[in-house]
Design a protein around this ligand. Structure first.
Ligand code: PRT
Ligand code: ZN
Length: 287
């Protein structure tokens, strides 16, 4: 049988849906019935392994899976010698120190000699030792937020996304020490040419999908006299496509705009008299 690439995906949790979505957007077909533990894509040599996120780095190290998607926090905490193949950008969160309201926090030095509850003793330990701070860690794997209230910790260090959980537990976020997003990881050496080829094919698709997601396709009408200024604003992949309109003195412009600069560009286009601005998502995009 020809080789397949095995990807480990979180079975059910914060990473599952988006991980599968990226692969689906690559045109790879599979059932994605999360109750199964293993399944094969029907139109690409990719096999899915649905597991707990904590187990993914070990599975890859041991060759049970070839690649996987985990939070960078999980990867860095376990410190298993693998490689980050791609930063996928989703599941963004930060690892933050939080304290009860009465705690006089003035900086990481305030944690000297304190008891800190965390599931990330390695990441936090590194940050603290760089600052010359020694603290004792209370290692907990869940419900970190309740530990100060029950008197077993003076402060906590946990993942935060909205901050709602901290607020609910009367804790104040005082310092973010680390930020994380979902990453695709794999062994440094795949040790198998065929698997490497499959990975390259997969990455080509993932890159196109991720690139497309960070751009918008923009169409608008513009007084022709402002065309030169528009070229400066939007740039485009090469340059914008310009079509003449029936009405003299007006052109229609089509281009791509990076998502994170979109609103700036939008305001500048409006100021130049652009009309009928139409914005659509892009499904795939390559250079
Ligand atoms: O069962 P399994 O072991 O597979 O899942 P898990 O429970 O270990 O992980 P899961 O699904 O909770 O998280 C997987 C990954 O999602 C993490 O490793 C992070 O990389 C990422 N992520 C992003 C988060 C959060 N945001 C997040 N907010 N992981 C956890 N949280 C928790 C946090 O621990 C805290 O309890 O959510 C709470 C805070 O959320 P806010 O929104 O109230 O601030
Ligand atoms: Zn987990």
């Amino acid at each position: 049988m020809a080789d397949v690439l095995r990807i480990a995906i979180q079975k059910s949790g914060r990473l599952s849906e988006k991980s599968l979505e990226i692969i689906k957007n690559c045109g790879i077909k599979f059932g994605s019935d999360a109750r199964v533990l293993k399944e094969m894509a029907s139109n690409f040599p990719l096999e899915f392994l649905y597991v707990r996120d904590d187990d993914i780095p070990t599975y890859i190290r041991d060759g049970v899976a070839d690649i996987g998607i985990v939070g960078r926090n999980e990867y860095d905490e376990q410190a298993i010698d693998l490689e980050v193949i791609r930063d996928l950008g989703f599941a963004k969160c930060r690892l933050s120190v939080a304290v009860p309201h009465g705690f006089p926090y003035t900086g990481l030095e305030s944690l000297q000699g304190k008891r800190i509850a965390t599931s990330y003793p390695n990441i936090l330990g590194k940050v603290l030792s760089e600052r010359g701070v020694t603290a004792s860690f209370i290692q907990v794997s869940g419900s970190v937020e309740v530990t100060p209230a029950v008197g077993i910790a003076d402060a906590i260090c946990d993942l935060v996304s909205t901050g709602a959980t901290l607020a609910m537990n009367d804790l104040k976020e005082v310092e973010a020490v680390y930020t994380s997003t979902a990453v695709m990881i794999g062994r440094k050496e795949m040790g198998n040419g065929e698997k490497e080829t499959i990975l390259k094919r997969l990455l080509l698709r993932i890159d196109a999908v991720m690139k497309a997601a960070s751009y918008k396709y923009v169409l608008f009408n513009l007084p022709e006299e402002h065309l030169a200024q528009v070229a400066d604003i939007v740039g485009g992949m090469k340059s914008p496509t310009v079509t003449r309109l029936m009405e003299t003195g007006w052109v229609s412009v089509q281009t791509v705009v990076a998502e994170d600069t979109f609103w700036d560009v939008f305001e500048q286009l409006k100021a130049l008299g652009a009309q009928g601005i139409l914005v659509t998502p892009i499904e795939k995009m390559t250079e």
